[in-house]
Design a binder for this molecule. Structure first.
Ligand code: F6R
Length: 243
């Protein structure tokens, strides 16, 4: 696992974007696994800038997102579909048909999981981007999730709903209780993994992750089983790493 510590969020976002920009330059038809949440927003801004400056094009890039809330219509402002459009897709030349998110619409969520998983298993993700929850979740794989799990519906923990209420007018009652997420197994299938984390509230999870112990109590620790992982963290998120 390669660990890069940056002085702040801006540098983190630039360094993480550089990795994706290089990948898209070298392989213009690459497949990206994408994440939502606050962590990758700066990185997405840098990708948009690289596109606007003519450094890269996304016209042949394909993307698969990690997760989507249940209980929210696709067009809800906090659905991950809306997030990806607002923060990346609407500002670059990626084709709508090349972007994929799990769907939580309709009455048969198990069928939706199956369909998404089938797509994932018939593609090779060149780079999977991840954030990390304060409790160590990746995607929405909460502590205790078996590493062998593939795409499934999961119940969000109170901790995650509490952490995410900032996107829902600070009201936990508005935060969905369930989500569809790629499983750890899907995530580990990617050729390379890039995890970004900033801020003090990620410090404990990052310290546990880089300690090397592999345990289902810390879903991100599964990344220790992959041989091409880069984590980029700012000084605050790195502050509890044992020297
Ligand atoms: C988002 C996702 C989550 C977030 C994590 C951190 O698609 O899968 O694992 O990466 O909850 O969220 P932020 O970046 O908002 O702290």
């Amino acid at each position: 696992m390669k660990i890069i510590i940056t002085k702040d969020y801006q540098e983190l976002s630039e360094k993480a974007a550089e990795i994706i920009i290089d990948l898209v330059k070298n392989n213009p038809s690459c497949t990206l696994g994408l994440a939502t949440g606050s962590s990758p927003i700066g990185l997405y801004k840098n990708l948009i800038k690289a596109y606007e400056d003519g450094v890269i094009s996304f016209k042949d890039v394909k993307s698969y997102n990690l997760d989507e809330y249940c209980e929210l219509p696709k067009q809800h402002r906090e659905s991950y579909y809306s997030f990806m459009h607002a923060n990346l897709f609407d500002h670059i030349d990626i084709k709508e048909e090349n972007t994929h998110l799990p769907s939580s619409e309709g009455s048969d969520l198990q069928a939706n999981c199956k369909a998404y998983n089938k797509m994932l298993n018939s593609t090779v993700v060149d780079l999977q981007l991840l954030g990390i929850g304060a409790n160590g979740h990746i995607g929405f794989n909460e502590p205790g999730t078996p590493f062998k799990n593939e795409t499934s519906v999961i119940k969000l923990t109170d901790k995650t709903r509490e952490d995410n209420k900032r996107f829902f007018d600070g009201d936990i009652n508005q935060v969905p209780k369930y989500a569809i997420t790629m499983g750890i197994k899907n995530i580990l299938n990617a050729k390379s993994i890039l995890l970004v984390a900033n801020g003090k509230n990620k410090a404990e999870a990052i310290a546990k992750l880089v300690s090397g112990e592999v345990t289902e109590d810390l879903p991100a620790s599964a990344l220790n089983l992959h041989d091409n992982v880069t984590i980029i963290v700012d000084e605050e998120a790195a502050s509890l790493i044992e020297k």
